[in-house]
Design a protein. Structure first.
Length: 332
């Protein structure tokens, strides 16, 4: 990629298992969907109090969720619950009047798409230094899909050279040392951190995320979120999950081990590791589409990208489905 490009890419995503089933057949139970980066062994959900379903969330309920998130993310910032990290992404363009935005790319394409939709002039850049001078800069850390990591120190320095800096930490839970959340405050009043609950906790259907910021920026995010941005059941489930330090530590260890196991399997097939996170892995192979189709004939769905003929990304399988994946790789 050139240091700056303004060519919009298709707004495609993983999780499109219906399309795979249309082409390759099979039932949902047959398929192992590895096209997303969602923890395949989710947090165990306990029964939700009936009131969470029947009453609007109370202020005290929201404060309980925010306190759990503040502890889990180790941040002094104001925390604004959102309808998933995607809800936060769609709020970012309204933080200020449209201007020039630069997104560190290639990355999750919803950032650029949301900004363009609301009238921003959007460019994509290959290096952090190319983001300098932007009215709004976006960095996904760790990056999806290549796993590129931007140290918090480098992001803090970048924040001094842009109007606003948005750091999407949707995949940062297994690597808390990457997070800039602990640095938010008066020293970084122009930084917004986005966090996803559903990916690490394996509960993407809950549609819960958070925006972290300080001062007027946090006030603006809260205005955009509105009075009831998340549901009562989401508050109950997430408050318990975010406070469960033991589950978090065990899950981080398991994901790290499973990511290494997946890398070994891919290398055995002659693929090269591009990068990723403990929640997903991206590889380079000779022909990504052929590799995707080869896996799909064995009911395994993966993710390929419109800007690369060689990159293919896989999430992690649950513990009881590794044999299906190993058999599929052996047949490639």
């Amino acid at each position: 990629m050139d240091s700056l490009t303004q060519t919009p890419l298709p707004r495609d995503h993983g999780g499109n298992l219906d399309a795979a089933m249309t082409v390759f057949g099979g039932t949902r139970a047959d398929w192992l969907d590895l096209s997303t980066g969602i923890n395949p062994e989710p947090y165990p959900v306990l029964p939700v109090p009936a009131e969470a379903w029947t009453a609007l969330p109370k202020r005290s309920d929201m404060e309980r969720l925010i306190a759990a998130a503040r502890s889990a993310y180790d941040t002094p910032a104001r925390i604004v619950p959102m309808n998933g990290a995607q809800g936060a992404i769609q709020s970012v363009p309204a933080l200020r009047s449209p201007g020039r935005a630069v997104v560190l790319a290639p990355t999750y394409n919803e950032h650029a798409a949301a900004l363009r939709h609301f009238g921003w002039d959007v460019a994509e850049a290959a290096t952090l230094s190319a983001l300098e001078g932007a009215d709004l800069a976006v960095v996904v850390n760790p990056n999806n899909p290549d796993g590129r990591r931007s140290p918090p120190e480098a992001l803090g320095a970048l924040a001094l050279r842009v109007g606003h800096l948005v750091v999407d930490e949707s995949f940062a839970d297994p690597e808390p040392e990457l997070s800039i959340a602990a640095r938010l405050g008066t020293a970084l009043p122009n930084v917004v951190v986005l966090r996803s609950f559903g990916k690490f906790y394996g509960l993407a259907g809950l549609r819960l995320g958070f925006a972290l910021a300080h001062g007027p920026l946090a006030e603006r995010l809260a205005e955009l979120a509105g009075p009831w941005p998340v549901s009562g059941p989401a508050i109950e489930i997430a408050s318990a999950a975010l406070a469960d330090d033991a589950w978090r530590a065990e899950t981080m260890q398991r994901l790290t081990g499973d990511a290494a196991r997946l890398d070994a399997l891919a290398r055995g097939a002659g693929w090269q590791v591009v990068g990723g996170s403990p929640l997903f892995r991206t590889y380079a192979c000779d022909h990504a589409r052929a590799a995707q189709e080869g896996l799909a004939t064995r009911r395994i769905w993966s993710r390929i990208f419109p800007y690369s003929d060689s990159w293919i990304r896989l999430g992690l399988p649950p513990s009881d489905r590794w044999a299906q994946l190993e058999t599929a790789f052996a047949a490639l």
